[in-house]
Structures are given as structure tokens and as C-alpha cells.
Design a protein around this ligand. Sequence first.
Ligand code: PFF
Length: 449
Amino acid sequence: MAQQEQWKSKIGFVLAAAGSAIGLGAIWKFPYVAGTGGGGAFLLLFLAFTLVLGMPLLLGEFMIGRMGQSSPIQTYGKLALNPKWNFIGKIGVFTSFLLLSFYSVVGGWIILYIVKLLSGGLAGLTQDQYGELFGDIISNSYSTIAAQLVFMLVTILVVAKGVQKGIELASKVMMPALLILFLLLVIRSLSLDGAMEGVKFLLVPDFSKLTSESILFALGQAFFTLSLGVSVMLTYASYLPKTQNLPQSAVSIIILNIVIALLAGLAIFPGVFSFGMEPNAGPVLIFSVLPAVFAHMPFGTLFFLAFLLLFLFAAFTSAFSMIEIIVAAVTKNDASKRKKSTWVIGMLIFIVGVPSCLSYGVLADVHIFNKTIFDLMDYTVSNILMPLGALLIAIFVSRKIPKGDLFAELKQGSSVGYTFFSICYFLLKYIVPIAIIVVFLDAAGLSDW
Ligand code: PFF
């Protein structure tokens, strides 16, 4: 096997893994699924799932990734001494492929918004017009496909060069900038008339609003925002030296992720209520609310441009991780094959994504299982394949790898105590699988037996 690529610096890994985690999930998806799923109660569930299920899973992927030092598929067979376990990695790679096919569509929307803003098309609109504008933008088949292609081309170009060169440097500057801009945005949103309604909606739980479906969405969202269940975090950890502090890295990523989702919520919902919009507007939510919030701000256009660029950047660092694991799986870390494989895989993903892209335009009337093609892809990936992958990884880590080996791996580079490890291990062995199965059954309507 070829020599594994390695991260250049400790912080480089944390930033790249955080870059994978923070993306459209926290900024675009979280506000709209929280808006549809009942606000505060959804947020609470999301937080609980993130801490109780996400935390041990993230550590689990980190531990076996660094232990295996191999590709996302072969790590499983290598560690279990039996290649039949590679199927967990194969599901992850397939999931990642499908995921990027529609993720790139949304990445394209951001690019189109930037073009629109630069050409002056966002100036002086009313709130309703912002919503209509979004509808117009995403229903234009040619420009959305072109933008999706641009998004994929950039992703391919960066990943073809190799992860560390491409991702590490960029993340170091962009992540802090994103946080600062979000803070400014939240301050502006909170000072809008009627902002408190939005804050209450997000922070005060009303459990009567929860449904089986919204519980499934909260679970899917927790895994989605942490990039779990697809072996992405496993792959990034496979590029690590044994000196990295894994628990500390996991905790930082989780905290950062929660902070960004909260900031996104606090930036959006005050605006939603202040402008008399519906919190359950769906994917359009942030694209129609944020331009209006920025329009009420001094230098709003400039800030909005900065925001869109950082938002795009966050989407890119997540996209890099998705394609990276497919490339790593196909090339088995043989650097000489990286460039060509990245191009072939990237173009295939683009082609598979075209129907999702068109499902807001010419294919808008095509419904499968009552969902548009885009929604069906998203639902299958986020609410079925990712939780399924997470379930399998939890079972694999806690039942195929000896507990002592896991602790020994975790201790390298950290002074973590046995109690913390044991809690995570217990969660991984019992609570994670049970919770995922119960939520699945509940959503399938099978829980009343
Ligand atoms: N965590 C990313 C986001 O929230 O946008 C999405 C994601 C990236 C999911 C990579 C899964 C993955 F493997």
C-alpha cells in the first residue's frame, strides 16, 4: 500500500475536520429543518443527539481511522481481520457520492446569488421579492446547472492537488472570519423590531410540536452536520500522526458546530418573525430572509457579499471531504492515481446531480414517494443512509474492536481518563444503536406494537 498522506499541523486536522462538519448543514439546513420541525424543541433534541450520539460516534470514527491508517473501505476489513466488514465503508462511499450530487446544487445556488449581488440584482427589493427572486434563480435550468458545474470544478481542482495543500491553509483564515461575520449578523438581527419572537421560537421548546418525522430529522441533522456515518471523519483521522489529541479535537469540533448552528438560528429567526415570514418555508428560508436582514444594515451589500463568500467556502470544505473519501477509496491512497480519479469521480457526481438540480425547474412536477428528486435524494442520504452508516459504525467500533485497543488508541496524544472513555464506549455500544433503531421504527410508524 502507498504511503498515507499526513496533515502538516495539529490545528490543520481540526480545521479540516471542522471544515467538513461546518457547511450547508449548520448554516442553510439547520434553520429550515428547525423551522419546520418546531423550533426550540427541535433544537433541544438536536443538541441531545449531537452530544449523546454524535460525540461518541465522532470519537469512534477518529479512533478506528487513526488505528487503521488505511482507506475508508479497507480500514474495516483490516481492523476486523476480515474483508467482509468493508461493506460499511462501501455504504459510506456510496452515500458520500449521492450526497455531493445534490450538495453541489445548493453550492451552485450560492454562486448564483453572488453573481446576482455583484450585478446589482439584489438592490432595493421588498421582502416578498427576495423570496420570488430565489424561486426565479433556482428554477432556471441553464444557470443552475452551470453553477453546479462550477462548484464541482473547483472541488475537483482542489482535491486533485491533495488534501493538506488544498484544505489546511484556506481553513485557517476562513473559519474565524465566518464566526466573526456571523456574530455581526446576529447582533443586527437581534436588534430588529419583534426579534424576540424569533428568539423565543428558537430557544423556548414546545414539545407538542414534535412529530416522529421531526425526531428523525433532528437525528439526521445531528449526523449530517458532524459528517458522521459516512467514514469521512475516519478518513481524515487516517492521515493523523499518533500525537494528535483525539478527544480534544472531537470536543472542539462539536462545540464549534453547535455554536455555528445556534448563530445561524439566531441570525435567521428574528428576521423571519420581524418580517412576518413563515419559519417553515423550507430550503428557501435563509435565501429569502438573509438578504432582507442585510438590506437593513449599514454597508449591507458588502457584508452580504462577505457572508456569501464565507458560506460558499464552508460549503466547499465540506464538499472536499465528501469527494476526498471516494478518491481515497478508489486510489487506495496511491498518489499517482489521485488526479485522474478525482476528475472522473467529480464529473460522474455532477452528472448524477443534474436531475436534483432540475427538480426546481423543468422536473419540478416529477414526484417520487411524494417528494421531488432533490428532496428524495436529501431524505435518503440524511435520514436513512447516514443514520444507517452511523449504526453500523457504532456496532463495528464497540463490538469488533477490543475495548483495551480502543482506549490505548485514544490515550495516544491525550491524557484522557478511563471514565470519559468508558462513558463514550457505553454510549456507542448500547445507546447509539438503540436510539437509532427506535427513531427509525418510530418514523416508519412501527413503534406502536
Ligand atoms: N457536515 C456537512 C454539512 O453540515 O454541511 C455535510 C457533510 C459533509 C455530511 C461530509 C457528510 C459528509 F460526509
